[in-house]
Write a protein that binds this ligand. Structure first.
Ligand SMILES: [Zn+2]
Length: 48
């Protein structure tokens, strides 16, 4: 199964970590897949 990062649109290889995060937008929960880089930035609050 191929995963694509929600932010940078890069393909996440299977040997790389795939991070699932949940966003809440207008009372809706959205599951997004992030690559390691974007996940780190997301954790640091650089992305919303
Ligand atoms: Zn990314």
């Amino acid at each position: 199964m191929e995963n694509t990062c929600f932010y940078c649109d890069s393909t996440i290889d299977q040997h790389e970590s795939v991070h699932q995060v949940a966003f809440f937008r207008e009372n809706e929960e959205l599951e997004k897949t992030l690559c390691g880089t974007c996940y780190t930035e997301w954790l640091e609050g650089m992305k919303e």
